[in-house]
Structure formats: structure tokens, C-alpha cells
Design a protein around this ligand. Structure first.
Ligand code: SF4
Length: 310
């Protein structure tokens, strides 16, 4: 069963002299208990896409399409209706734990807040539940940690506290934006363990990340974004063994473990993207046909936006 369905989503930032097409006709779904990793280079539109789902974007943004959750289009909900879902049914784990916690509030009170608001639990009981959550996420000793301030937590502990906050209301879906950004290798192992624990609880995950090894360890499927579009959606094993799209192949070849071969050229402009296939100026397989926009082709249950598969 699908928890989240995104259909033909367009997100454009309208500025004085230009329009930035950050998301350009994106469709995908996340199933119950599934982890979908949205990957791509910085600036490919993946974080904007995540923020659009919870309407966390500024007002100069123009959004079209459908974001279906629990049978409702989130784009049609009133601010009040959305508040019922945001933090309760869908949790957002932001990318910078250092700045996402209020420095002058005890962590226990901050983590308890969604339970007070959405589950109507009094503060004392909510903080008691927080201690259990901190213990679950290896923040020890929990009874002491609930009464500490963010500066008394390490970076990894802040990240885990934010995840504890996100899971506190038992949401159906967690969207995590670059959960390993700025985290060193040793701490990454604990972040992987953290998300594995969440997965065991059968929550659905949308992981927005440029960290391919992290995605490989956690995701069931990979969706690849390039210049505001999804160019491939693939089963994780198949993706890391033999990806379909030339951009996916180039991304994997740029990993240190696979030879550190940089992708030639630069990511295209989102104001004036290339005509046809947006990857064509960088693609070694480019032919005349690639000046037409490719459709999505289905290959053995996986999807790829490339004329090579016609
Ligand atoms: Fe390369 Fe053409 Fe496929 Fe685009 S459509 S990825 S340019 S082969």
C-alpha cells in the first residue's frame, strides 16, 4: 500500500527577472514500511521537493501537481489541516541538527512538544516518554539527558534527539533531509543504525541524500534526481550493481570506492535548462534524438528517463 504519492509536481521560484524551475514534473510513491532514497548532486532539487511535501517553502514559490497522503492532496489542505499532519503523521528531520534545536530550551521539553500538541499528552507524561525515546536511540543516561540543553549534546546526539522528536508521535512517514551531512565516518555508522531501528518499526522513510553509501545501506529503492526531474527509480540492489541511466552510472563512478571519476561538465542551470534531455551536454551516449525530451520507460519494474531504452 502506498503512503505517499507525488504526481507531476512542479515547484517554481518566481524571482524578479527569472523563474527557477527547482522541481519539474516529478512523480513517485513511497510504500508502507519502505525506505526510498532520493539522491542527486547538490542543487538537483531534492531538498526543495522534500520541503514542498510539508509546505515549508517561502511564499514566492509556485507549486502545481498533487501530493497525496491518506487520500488528501496536501497542496489543497488549509494551514490548520496541514498542521494536523505535519509533525503527527509526517515528520521532518532537518539537515542541520546544530541549528534545529532551541539553545535555551531543555532537550526533553523540545522533544516532548509534538506529543503535547498532537497527542494531547500533558508535559510531565510527555517528558517521561521522551526519556524512553532517548534510551531507545542510545542517548544515555536518559533521565539526566532530558534535563540538559543542546550545547551539552554532541552533534550525533542532537541528530538522534531530532529523530526521537520526529518519531515521538509514531508518524506514518519520516522525511529526513541530508541526515549524514557534516557527520564524520564513525558517527555515520550510528546514524545508519538509528535509521535501521526506525525501519524495524515499519515506518516509511523518504531519505534525501547525496550520500550514496548511506542510501545503499538503508534504502529499498533509489530515485535519482537531475535538474529538477527524476531520471531513474530503481531497486537498490540493481541500482548499485547496474544502474540504468547514464547519469546514475556517472554518479556511481564518481565514488572513491569506484575510481573517483568526476562527472564531466557542470550541473545545468535551473533557469534555462538544456532543451530535450537535461543531461545531454554531459552524456557520453548523446545522439540527435536526445534534443527531444525523453519519456520515462519501464524496464523490469524499474523506471528510466532516457532514449537508450526506447
Ligand atoms: Fe544521454 Fe540521450 Fe539518454 Fe539523455 S536521453 S541520458 S542524452 S542517451
Amino acid at each position: 500500500m502506498w503512503v505517499l504519492v507525488v504526481r507531476d509536481l512542479h515547484v517554481h521560484f518566481v524571482l524578479e527577472n527569472m523563474t527557477v524551475k527547482a522541481v519539474d514534473g516529478v512523480s513517485f510513491h513511497v510504500s508502507e514500511g519502505e525506505a526510498l532514497a532520493l539522491i542527486g548532486e547538490s542543487g538537483s532539487g531534492k531538498s526543495v521537493l522534500g520541503m514542498t511535501i510539508l509546505r515549508l517553502l517561502p511564499e514566492n514559490v509556485r507549486v502545481n501537481g498533487k501530493i497525496l497522503f491518506n487520500g488528501s492532496n496536501l497542496l489543497d489542505l488549509s494551514e490548520e489541516g496541514l498542521r494536523e499532519i505535519r509533525g503527527k503523521e509526517i515528520a521532518w528531520v532537518p539537515q542541520n541538527p546544530a541549528t534545529s534545536l532551541n539553545p535555551v530550551m531543555k532537550v526533553g521539553i523540545q522533544v516532548a512538544e509534538p506529543m503535547e500538541i498532537h497527542l494531547r499528552i500533558d508535559r510531565k507524561s510527555a517528558v517521561q516518554r521522551v526519556a524512553n525515546l532517548l534510551k531507545f536511540f542510545d542517548i544515555n543516561p536518559p533521565e539526566k539527558r532530558v534535563n540538559e540543553y543542546p550545547h551539552q549534546y554532541s552533534g550525533g546526539m542532537k541528530q538522534r534527539a531530532l529523530v526521537a522528536m520526529g518519531t515521538s508521535t509514531k508518524p506514518k512517514l519520516i522525511i529526513a533531509d541530508e541526515p549524514t551531512k557534516g557527520i564524520d565516518m564513525t558517527k555515520k555508522v550510528s546514524i545508519v543504525e538509528l535509521f535501521r531501528k526506525i525501519k524495524k518499526n515499519e515506518l516509511s522513510l523518504l531519505l534525501i541524500t547525496h550520500d550514496l553509501p548511506f542510501a545503499e545501506k538503508l534504502a529499498d529503492r533509489i530515485a535519482v534526481m537531475y535538474c529538477g526531474q527524476i531520471v531513474e527509480v530503481c531497486n537498490v540492489k540493481k541500482f548499485f550493481k547496474s544502474p540504468l541511466h547514464p547519469y546514475s552510472k556517472a554518479l556511481l563512478n564518481s565514488l572513491p570506492s569506484r575510481g573517483l571519476k568526476p562527472i564531466k561538465g557542470n550541473p545545468p542551470s535551473m533557469v534555462n535548462p538544456p532543451k530535450g534531455c537535461k543531461f545531454h551536454p554531459r552524456c557520453e551516449y548523446m545522439s540527435g534524438r536526445c534534443l527531444e525530451e525523453p519519456q520515462m520507460f519501464e524496464i523490469d519494474g524499474n523506471l528510466v528517463r532516457c532514449w537508450l531504452y526506447d
